[in-house]
Design a protein around this ligand. Sequence first.
Ligand SMILES: [Zn+2]
Length: 422
Amino acid sequence: MTERLYWEEPNSTEFTAVVTRVGPVPDLDRQGVQEGGVALGVVLDRTLFYPEGGGQPADTGVLQLEGEDALYRVKGVQEKDGAIVHLVELPARQEAGRKVPLGPGARVRGRIDWERRFDHMQQHSGQHILSQAFLQTLGAHTTGFHLGADYASIDLDVADLSPEQVERVERLANEVVFQDLLVTAREYLPCELPEGVRRRLPKVAPKIRVVHIGEFDACACGGTHVTSTGRIGLIKINEITRAHGGTRVIFRCGWRALRDYQNKEGTLLAASRALKRPPAEVVSGVEALKAQAEKSEKETERLRRALLDFEARVLVQEEAGEVLVKALPGKSVEELRYLARAAAVVRDKPVVLFVREPRFTAVIARGAAQDFDACAVAARLAAALGVRGGGSPEMAQIGGREALPGDDATLTAEIRRLVADL
Ligand SMILES: [Zn+2]
């Protein structure tokens, strides 16, 4: 069993210890281990390094052999059968197969990455307070806890939360912070566990460690916590989503809450500058822009159709024969369809409009010519030109994945001939 200094000295960053065991790490769970060449699993007689567990990620840091300069980076920490295994990366100069001096009996000095650990303590302690605040305010129980790199979250056994409920919980949680209550931990035998202790399903353990936040909360937990609630700083709920039939509450505490505030304020001020309106008017400014854009879109569409109708009339004047066949380079499929339909209505006779490249597409419209079957013409053209398509007797479309070879004039003549032969 490793002595857990992180419980006794939650504010310490450095410690000394003796190596009790060193081994390879392939059998260990690589999940949660930071990227890098982890080469050794090191067990010490005592440690400040928190092993991942209970929703809290592992500490990182360094180990240093007494009397040596080289640093062994600790990339992850895991608990295996009561022993805490430090997943250690060898210093660069020792990777060439030299015997590692970090063996049993060696004395080491360890230092944890305090910024990372303090952040975890802020989020984790904030989680205890939020869970109790949700319980007291709404009778909502916490069913899960996750501490990620960007935000932390708890899952609750309630279907939904109103903004007003969230505000009440947030207010209570921050009152507990401002009261600066002492956070203490005590171990109990299962039979002497005080009433009202929040805990998950009981594990078989000789003793249960309970974390007390003044008289406000008591929770069975093996994680690391701040020593008084004032050190958590602001507790801010950021987002409510649905998860597993319940509700997920995304929140940030302390430094994370401040960074998040800075980022969001930066975004708001940038939007305010872009809109040339004060921050309080950003939403109304965006709504006004959206309304204006919708109006412009409608007007553009109206003008586009007016232009296409005009183009259709011009097209009709170019062909006196039975079927109008015309290449319209650069037109979209939608424009071809609109123009073919409009031109066929104006001239009362069939129309074939096409683009040869970048992808051959032709649209055939019947107009009022009852003896003309657009679908049959499409089938004939498709077979002759090696493309596919179909439609109805009134309107059909054919096309291929590539351009057709040659030029527009030759292809126009070819289509004219094929249609006339029908
Ligand atoms: Zn905890």
